[in-house]
Design a protein around this ligand. Structure first.
Ligand code: PBG
Ligand code: ZN
Length: 319
């Protein structure tokens, strides 16, 4: 009891820190744009972030590696879009070419490929569309083809982000059938329909042209449903599950961690979270470096093993 017991005694020693974010926990997102021939272009809605040409993405990964970041997740912006998103499974598509080139030049990077239709479809939805509805089951065949094409290009992990029911099962079956038994799946298991994705949609040119994503992404009012989503994905063969976004959803991360204590869990510190914090820090309203470390530590403390974050490079320089 106080006054004998004083918790402040140990504080200044920093010997008993419960949570440490390490460089190994960070996954750097990369936007690779087939329409850019050389170099990179700033993304207006995400200060400090860029879309890269394929050529420049290799340099970007080299820089990330030199900072100690192990892993990247790739989003492709194709030169051509159609109703069915067929560029996504073109073996010479932007992601496939980028993966080959990065693999060729850098041997110790873990390459994750985002696996979805929205960047590749003219309507911008994550699945095939018929009469204004997003079709679940017909989309699975397309996702399976994309997975095989990405694995064939050299992706270590494919990351389906479209929230179609049964996607992990369909992808696992297709990968195994094609001999890619070692390609892992990181599923965006509990992905909420969120206003925080706004900046990403400019970055990835993946805004939907009608309706919204609420028929397939989760209602932000629901927590128990996240457990069901995660459980389904684990049973379908997901190697890593994910909660997305992160900061408004720390309770979900924490619940998933408590319920499934032995499964690798990722959290996506999304574009809107980045832009909010970055803009306020750039203006000097919030302290940049402290803010980044507090943000990432909070996500880790909630229970995430891995954090996908646009702050990855800056955070790595702070560690
Ligand atoms: C699309 C996808 C989105 C993000 C990752 N993959 C946006 C969406 O669902 O509209 C969001 C990432 C971010 O906001 O940083 N499948
Ligand atoms: Zn999508």
């Amino acid at each position: 009891m106080y006054p004998q017991l004083r918790l402040r005694r140990l504080r200044s020693l920093k010997l008993v820190k419960e949570t440490r974010v390490s460089k190994d926990d960070l996954i750097l997102p990369l936007f690779i744009d087939e329409n850019i021939a050389h170099g990179s272009k700033p993304i207006e809605s995400m200060p400090g972030q860029y879309r890269h040409s394929i050529e420049h993405s290799v340099e970007e990964v080299m820089e990330a590696r030199s900072l100690g970041i192990k892993s990247i997740i790739i989003f492709g912006i194709p030169a051509r879009k159609d109703e069915a998103g067929s560029e996504a499974y073109n073996d010479n598509g932007v992601v496939q070419r980028a993966v080959r080139q990065i693999k060729n030049e850098i041997d110790d990077v873990v390459i994750i490929t985002d696996l979805c239709l929205c960047e590749y479809t003219t309507h911008g939805h994550c699945g095939l569309v018929e009469n204004g509805r997003i079709l679940n089951d017909p989309t699975l065949d397309v996702l399976a083809k994309i997975a095989v094409s990405q694995a064939n290009a050299g992706a270590d992990i494919v990351a389906p982000s479209g929230m179609m029911d049964g996607m992990v099962h369909a992808i696992r079956a297709a990968l195994d059938d094609s001999g890619f038994t070692d390609t892992a799946i990181m599923s965006y298991s509990a992905k909420y329909s969120s206003a925080l994705y706004g900046p990403f949609r400019e970055a990835a040119d993946s805004a939907y042209k009608f309706g919204d994503r609420s028929s397939y992404q989760m209602d932000f009012a629901n927590a128990r449903e996240a457990i069901r989503e995660v459980e389904l994905d684990i049973n379908e063969g997901a190697d890593i599950v994910m909660v997305k976004p992160a900061l408004f959803y720390l309770d979900i991360i924490s619940r998933v961690r408590a319920r499934f204590d032995d499964v690798p869990l990722a959290a996506y510190n999304v574009s809107g979270e980045y832009t909010m914090l970055k803009s306020a820090a750039d203006k000097g309203y919030l302290k940049h470096d402290e803010l980044i470390m507090e943000c990432l530590t909070a996500i880790k403390r909630a229970g995430a093993d891995l954090i996908i974050t646009y702050f990855a490079k800056e955070a790595a320089t702070l560690m």
